[in-house]
Design a protein around this ligand. Structure first.
Ligand SMILES: [Zn+2]
Length: 204
């Protein structure tokens, strides 16, 4: 894997001595990880595909943690269903341009970049191993309102229980939930990686 630190016009400088990136394809690491890459379909808040390929990549330490978490959840009857991982910086910029002022707290400011741009954030939920169906959470993925907050106390108890199960499992292995999105988790070493704008086809 090449070590490419991309200089991004308009974005914060990446640390001068950041860790070399090693983006790994999750399903190559463990085919048991299930994907539903909404940004490669029209089923997302933009309403059209913004990724040319349905791939999820993360920096190796976070990717390996996800494999462990998925294995532990299996014993409880659940699996991880992954929506997104590494996101090229130019897609973050596109999201910022397309959302309304009210929606801006729910998308990353491209001037700072997203932890997804560093390959250190993942969006995911749980599915039931018996039925194969995605579990019901307090909000839909990418819903931009208070139901998406991980501390939202409304709605039915069972979706909140599922949300807590996901959060507990993720936090036990180095991930931290985002304050306005129950589905978004940052891996602990995200500061050590540069913002990247590598297109998916450039990552083999
Ligand atoms: Zn996210």
């Amino acid at each position: 894997m090449q070590n490419i630190h991309v200089a991004l016009p308009g974005a914060v400088e990446s640390p001068a001595s950041c860790r070399p990136h090693e983006l790994v394809e999750l399903i190559r690491l463990d085919p048991a990880l299930r994907l539903d890459v909404r940004y490669a379909t029209a089923e997302n808040f933009i309403g059209r595909a913004v990724y040319p390929e349905a791939r999820v990549l993360l920096q190796r330490p976070g990717a390996e943690a996800l494999v462990r978490i998925n294995r532990r959840l299996k014993g409880l009857g659940y699996g991880l269903l992954i929506f997104d991982g590494y996101r090229p910086w130019s897609i973050t910029q596109l999201f910022w341009e397309l959302v309304s002022e009210k929606q801006r707290p729910y998308v990353a400011d491209p001037a700072e970049g997203s932890r997804h741009n560093r390959g250190c954030a993942v969006d995911l939920t749980l599915y039931d191993l018996m039925t194969g169906r995605e579990v019901t959470m307090p909000s839909a993925y990418d819903e931009m309102n208070e139901r998406a907050h991980p501390d939202y106390a409304g709605g039915d108890p069972e979706p909140r229980r599922m949300r807590e199960l996901l959060r507990t499992a993720m936090e036990a292995d180095g991930f931290t939930v985002y304050p306005t999105e129950w589905w978004h988790f940052d891996y602990k070493d995200w500061r050590e990686y540069a913002l990247l704008d590598l297109p998916f086809h450039a990552i083999v």
